[in-house]
Every structure is written in structure tokens, then in C-alpha cells.
Design a protein around this ligand. Structure first.
Ligand code: ATP
Length: 476
């Protein structure tokens, strides 16, 4: 199946089954903004809660925050976001790097001038800065494909209070990271964290992207899951922590079922590094539209805290009780996009049968890891009579009351009901049949193997819970 075809099928499945809708669709939509339907919301919530469980609840050294979307504009002055995005910019449609339009124009002119003579061109090319080189060559290969130049600010602007004047301008945050840095002192004073420690945040971010696209891959409103991990201020510590976070971040995806061969860790070239970074790696996923960034791990040094110290005039240093020294810690940042992750999980789980596995050719199974599957278990009565619905509903309600996301379905043949659940990734289906009336047992059918087992109806909860919380068992 052609890759682009898979993308179209996923977009269509998402709409048809209630994962993702175009936002404001009845009004013709909003450019590159999406709403999540019942299943998409549940899937996204599951992803976020597994991440939070793994990196905040299960760790002694990481605490969480939930900072405001609208922050004092000085935050963006300190972070560099205000200054970097006020010039006329062009963006490459392939690598999404943005450059000052006048800088690109200048370097292009120089290139044309020296191009006639090969050796002259080489001397000239060797003499220009890495940044200038990156304007001439796309990191994705070949020439850049630039958009029109725009006087462009990536941040969405708004006004605080009733008067729309320059003194009341504010911005919607373009990343969650700064909300962590500006609370650094609050966290130090209100908790007992000691370096090394991390602060985690999950939340919305907004970017007025000039080249959005590829469904929920690049949107103007999205969610991020970020950790700022504070360490002693030296390059060795930074490098060590960075390697750890690269591994942990990759493991987050593979533990939840992404195939390792579809992931790639791509360290940034020197000229590609952001101004604040001494080392960055992207975690890329093999999307149907090409290898693209899922998340990144950056060594941000003490750049952000230093900047906030300078602009706020406040002392943000950490006091190290062991050494009696005060310093600004270095920071390593693992950052990932929730919406992109969700798309990667959908793509990776999408499986269309070729007819050789007992399913009809073309039937779709979303092989989502049970931890993130939006519905964990569906309950069916074989027929709509002879007390079977009553027993099935009782099982269904018990599962719901115990906090299990369950679904009750009594319409159509059982085969069709299985297919409907396979298509949305439900790991287990429970069927109440005539035998149940004699032996109190129900049939539990596994999505991936289609294996069926008989379980006592009072043991359904325990069976499902074990398989959903311990997915290794599910795959056996
Ligand atoms: P890209 O190069 O794709 O624009 P970026 O390098 O600007 O991404 P970061 O600033 O490092 O992205 O943001 C961290 C993460 O947030 C990204 O890895 C991605 O998962 C997510 N993200 C960033 N921009 C968007 C967007 N417009 N839509 C959806 N997710 C995004």
C-alpha cells in the first residue's frame, strides 16, 4: 500500500470513528487546527497519563507544574522568542528552518556572483559562516524551497484588558518550557528538590506556523510534554544526562509499542543547533510523508535561567548545600509533542489484513498497546434476548465502575462487532452467550491473536485489568 494512501486512510478513520475532526468544520474549518473526538480524547489522555506516570509519579526526582498560557511578555523577551521572530522571514517548506529574508537575499546574491568560477566559489563557500551555509543548503537535501517573505511573528498576539494598545500586548505561549523556568525559584522554595532534579509540564502551546500541514503533525495549536532536568553546571554532566534522556525518550515510544526500526535518533549538526544548545538530538519517526521529528532532547546549558535573571533582575541561583556553592544549573530538556506522538502511534498500529490471518482482506486492526487504547474492553450479548443483555450489561457496568473504559454493543452480528472494535484498537471483547446461563462463564476474545478463552463472569474485571495494566501478558 502506498504510504500516502495510509495517511489518507488514517485521516478518514479518525473522522469516521471519532478520533479527530477538523476544528470549526461547520464554518468551513480553521487552518491547521483540530478537535479531538471521544476516542481521540481518550487516546490522548492515556498517552499523557502514561508519560506523567512514568516521569513524575514513578520518580523521586521530578515534580510537575501547570503554568499559564498567557505570561508576562518579558518572559518572551528573555527567552529570545520576541527578538527572533520580528523580521521578515522565509521558511523552507522541507526543513522548516526560518531565515531572515534579507540575509538569504544577500547570500544568494554572493553565491550567484562567485558561481561562474569553480575554484573562486569553493574559496568563497569555505569562508562563509555555518549559518550562511545553512541558508544555501537544505538539511533535508538539495535546495531550500522557500515560502514568500513575511513580516512574521511566530507567536499569537493578544491584549490583556479592554484597551488594545502596545502596552497591553501579550502572547500565547509558543512552548511550555518557559513556564517551567519562570517557576524555578517557586519550586526550589516550596519543595525539597535537590540537583539533579526535573520539572515536568504537559500543556498547550501555540505557534502561528507559516507552513503547517500533514494532519495533526504540524498544527497551530498543539500540546507538549516537556521536562527541564536541572544538573550541575558543567559539560560532562550535561552530556551524561543528555545521553540518558535520549535513551529514556526513545524507550517511552518503544515501551508503548512503536517499532524500533521506525525510529531514528538524529543528532543535530553544529550549524543546525539552536542558539541556546550545545547538543540536540531529534527523535524521528518514519511517517508516511517521510522521516520527521517526533520530539527532541536539547542541552540548554544555563541559557534560560541566565536570561531570566538578567531580564527580571532576580537572583535565580540554586544553593548547593553539599558544597556551599551558589550556581545556575545546566539543563537538559526532553520535549515531545502529544499530537505528533498520537499520529505516530496510529500509523504504527494501523494494520490492514491481507487475508492470511483469519480476517478478510482489507479488514483493519489498530494494534495499539492496551495501555493507550481508548476503549479497553467491549461487552456483547450474543443475542438481544433470553437475559443475555442483562448479564452483559451487569459486566459492562462493573467494568465502568471500576474505572475501566468499556463499551457495550448489542447491534449486528458478533463478527461485525469484533471488526468495529478491532478498527479502533480495543484489546479485548467479552461475549455473553447461551453457555453463560449454564456455567456463568463468558468468552473473552483477544484482538491481536483472535484467541478466545472462557472466563468466569465474576473474574472478567481481574482478567481485563491484568492484561491492560500489564500489556506483556496481553501480547502472550
Ligand atoms: P519542527 O522543526 O517540526 O517545527 P521544532 O523543532 O520547532 O519542530 P520544538 O520547538 O523542539 O519543535 O518543540 C518540541 C516538540 O513540540 C516537537 O518535537 C514536536 O513534537 C512538537 N511541536 C512543535 N511544533 C509543533 C506543531 N506546530 N504542531 C504539533 N507539534 C509541534
Amino acid at each position: 500500500m502506498a504510504d500516502q494512501n495510509i495517511m489518507e486512510k488514517i485521516v478518514s478513520l479518525c473522522k469516521r470513528r471519532g478520533f479527530v475532526y477538523q476544528s470549526s468544520e461547520i464554518y468551513g474549518g480553521t487552518g491547521s487546527v483540530y478537535d479531538y473526538g471521544p476516542l481521540g480524547t481518550q487516546l490522548k489522555n492515556n498517552l499523557k497519563s502514561v508519560w506523567w506516570q512514568k516521569f513524575v509519579i514513578a520518580r523521586e526526582d521530578i515534580v510537575g507544574v501547570d503554568s499559564a498560557v498567557i505570561q508576562n511578555p518579558k518572559v518572551w523577551e528573555a527567552s529570545g522568542h520576541l527578538a527572533s521572530f520580528t523580521d521578515p522571514l522565509v521558511e523552507c517548506r522541507k526543513c522548516h528552518n526560518r531565515f531572515r529574508y534579507d540575509h538569504v537575499e544577500e547570500i544568494q546574491k554572493l553565491k550567484v556572483k562567485s558561481q561562474n568560477n569553480k575554484s573562486k566559489f569553493k574559496i568563497w563557500f569555505d569562508s562563509i559562516s555555518p549559518e550562511q551555509k545553512s541558508m544555501l543548503k537544505c538539511s533535508k537535501g538539495g535546495e531550500h524551497e522557500f515560502t514568500e517573505a513575511m513580516d512574521f511573528n511566530l507567536m499569537f498576539k493578544t491584549f490583556i484588558g479592554p484597551v488594545e494598545e502596545s502596552s497591553s500586548v501579550a502572547y500565547l505561549r509558543p512552548e511550555t518550557a518557559q513556564g517551567i523556568f519562570i517557576n524555578f525559584q517557586n519550586i526550589l522554595q516550596s519543595t525539597r528538590v535537590k540537583v539533579p532534579f526535573g520539572i515536568a509540564q504537559i500543556g498547550k502551546a501555540f505557534r502561528n506556523e507559516i507552513t503547517p500541514g500533514n494532519f495533526i503533525f504540524r498544527t497551530r495549536e498543539f500540546e507538549q510534554m516537556e521536562i527541564e532536568y536541572f544538573i550541575k553546571p558543567n559539560k560532562e554532566e550535561s552530556e551524561k544526562s543528555y545521553q540518558e534522556w535520549v535513551e529514556l525518550s526513545e524507550k517511552f515510544y518503544t515501551d508503548l509499542g512503536i517499532k524500533k526500526e521506525n525510529l531514528r535518533i538524529r543528532p543535530h549538526e553544529k550549524e543546525e543547533l539552536s542558539h541556546y544548545s550545545i547538543g540536540t538530538s531529534d527523535i524521528e519517526y518514519k511517517f508516511p510523508f517521510g522521516m520527521s521529528e517526533l520530539g527532541g532532547i536539547a542541552q540548554r546549558t544555563d541559557f534560560d535561567l541566565k536570561q531570566h535573571e538578567r531580564v527580571s533582575g532576580k537572583d535565580l541561583k540554586y544553593f548547593d548545600e553539599e558544597t556551599g556553592r551558589k550556581y545556575l544549573p545546566y539543563v537538559v530538556e526532553p520535549s515531545l509533542g502529544v499530537d505528533r506522538a498520537m499520529l505516530a502511534f496510529l500509523v504504527d498500529a494501523y494494520d490492514e489484513s491481507d487475508g492470511s490471518d483469519g480476517r478478510a482482506a482489507g479488514e483493519v486492526t489498530l494494534r495499539l498497546n492496551p495501555r493507550i487504547a481508548p476503549i479497553k474492553v467491549a461487552v456483547f450479548p450474543l443475542v438481544k434476548k433470553d437475559k443475555l443483555p442483562e448479564i452483559a450489561k451487569e459486566i459492562y457496568r462493573k467494568l465502568q465502575e471500576c474505572g475501566m473504559s468499556a463499551y457495550y454493543d448489542e447491534s449486528g452480528s458478533v463478527g461485525r462487532r469484533y471488526r468495529r472494535q478491532d478498527e479502533i484498537g480495543t484489546p479485548l471483547c467479552v461475549t455473553v452467550d447461551f453457555e453463560t446461563l449454564n456455567d456463568n462463564k463468558v468468552t473473552i476474545r483477544h484482538r491481536d491473536t483472535m484467541k478466545q478463552v472462557r472466563v468466569h463472569k465474576d473474574a472478567v474485571w481481574a482478567y481485563v485489568e491484568q492484561r491492560v495494566l500489564n500489556p506483556e501478558k496481553f501480547f502472550k
